[in-house]
Design a protein around this ligand. Structure first.
Ligand code: AMP
Length: 406
């Protein structure tokens, strides 16, 4: 790496998508951002925004057979802006990797052994790790000389004590199949809990924070002195809060029932709980904006949307209570991600009635729209309630750059 190499390309490879951001860690500015969708289809689409040049958004449509084709197309777009992957200013590529198991507790420079280990985790993350691996292989082929770093969604949660991480099932069976609670969204929980401490003017080691990452996927975490002590997602991202399309917590016997009584196959149950449940299963919409619109419109349809909203809020309250008990003392609750950052009614309803737990929301503060971290609790509140926008790409870039420039 040359002294002038301060740029990091962050890649987030999904099964049929590739999200990317090129950042300059000199000042944490974004030089370019973009997304390739529908990889493997005839109608693949690349949307590229060259922020460094102030140029307009560019869209390209046309078949991109695989991640290799997609990344080459991204590289061409970057090159057209003078930001190509061959630039000596590029210090590293940082990859989001969903599952790092117990082995990866820190960001890790990828070599063949690391890649093999990530492959070994495919059985516990069949939906996510294969796409991440494809992205890594493609990027390594394009720039074999460049450090590539894996930043794991699970890493922040590896500090959970054994009694929080284990399911109460037969230990030998659990260990044989690596069944335990890993947790996800760790990059976001790490970033937001740190930012929340900063908002309070404290060091992360001094504060206990409950982070509510409420996006289409949603998870809560209890962070004590900067270390995660519990989180709501488990072996997979299905456990915990009610999400856009996932059920969250459910009696596992429901799955036996669906198979034995409803005659559903394993795959059908999987699809029901991951794709057709949560808000969309309850009311037909997974976008909180639309759910609020329907509630405001009233009538029978509004009542259906209201019930979905109430179930979502009830689950949030249960986790707030549980994590208050786990932490003993809560200094802050931080709302983040698409719903947490934007949906004031969700924040208001989740905290309503929790005055005995020292939590309250000030209506005027809650109504403010901003991209900055901010307090929404009243001045005299025992627990600070905050909105703290997450930035997983920046966190991945920072962790990647810290590792390669050390
Ligand atoms: P994320 O997964 O973090 O990108 O969050 C996506 C979700 O955020 C969407 O499905 C919406 O439910 C929610 N969302 C985004 N913008 C708003 C908004 N202005 N008001 C309410 N919910 C929003």
């Amino acid at each position: 790496m040359t002294a002038t190499a301060t740029r990091v390309l962050v890649l987030n490879s999904g099964s049929s998508s590739l999200k990317y951001q090129l950042l300059d860690m000199h000042d944490a500015s974004r030089l370019a951002v973009g997304l390739v969708e529908r990889i493997g289809e005839e109608t693949s689409r690349l949307v590229h925004t060259p922020l460094a040049t102030g140029g307009a958004k560019r869209e390209t449509e046309g078949a991109m057979a695989d991640h290799d084709a997609a990344l080459k197309a991204v590289a061409a777009e970057l090159a057209a802006d003078g930001l190509g992957l061959d630039s000596p200013q590029l210090a590293a590529i940082g990859h989001r990797v969903v599952h790092g198991g117990l082995k990866f507790t820190e960001p890790t420079v990828i070599d063949d052994a690391v890649l093999t280990e990530i492959e070994r985790l495919v059985p516990v993350a069949p939906l996510h790790n294969p796409a991440n691996i494809t992205g890594i292989r493609t990027a390594r082929a394009l720039r074999p000389d460049l450090p590539q770093v894996a930043v794991f969604d699970t890493a922040f949660h590896t500090t959970m004590p054994e009694y929080a991480a284990r399911y109460a099932i037969d230990v030998a069976t659990a260990d044989a199949h690596r069944i335990r609670r890993y947790g996800f969204h760790g990059t976001s929980h790490a970033y937001v809990s740190r930012k929340t401490a900063a908002l309070l003017g404290k060091d992360p080691s001094e504060v206990n924070v409950i982070v509510l990452h409420l996006g289409n996927g949603a998870s809560a975490s209890a962070v004590a002195g900067g270390r995660c002590v519990d989180t709501s997602m488990g072996l997979t991202p299905l456990e915990g809060l009610v999400m856009g399309t996932r059920s969250g917590d459910i009696d596992p016997a429901v799955t036996f029932h669906l198979k034995r009584v409803a005659g559903m196959s394993e795959d059908e149950v999987d699809e029901l709980l991951n794709k057709k449940s949560g808000l969309i299963g309850l009311c037909g919409d997974n976008d909180m904006r639309e759910i609020r619109r329907r509630i405001d419109a009233g009538g029978e349809d509004g009542a259906r949307a209201q019930l979905a909203f109430d179930i979502y809020i009830h689950r949030l309250k249960k986790y707030l209570g549980a994590y208050t008990a786990v932490l003993g003392r809560v200094d802050a609750v931080a709302f983040t991600a698409g719903v947490g950052e934007n949906a004031a009614p969700v924040r208001e309803a989740a905290i309503a009635g929790l005055a005995e737990m020292g939590m309250a929301v000030d209506a005027d503060r809650n109504a403010v729209r901003s991209d900055e971290p901010r307090l929404i609790s009243p001045e005299d509140s025992r627990v600070a309630v905050a909105v703290v926008p997450t930035d997983e790409e920046l966190e991945i870039a920072q962790q990647t750059y810290a590792l390669v420039s050390a």
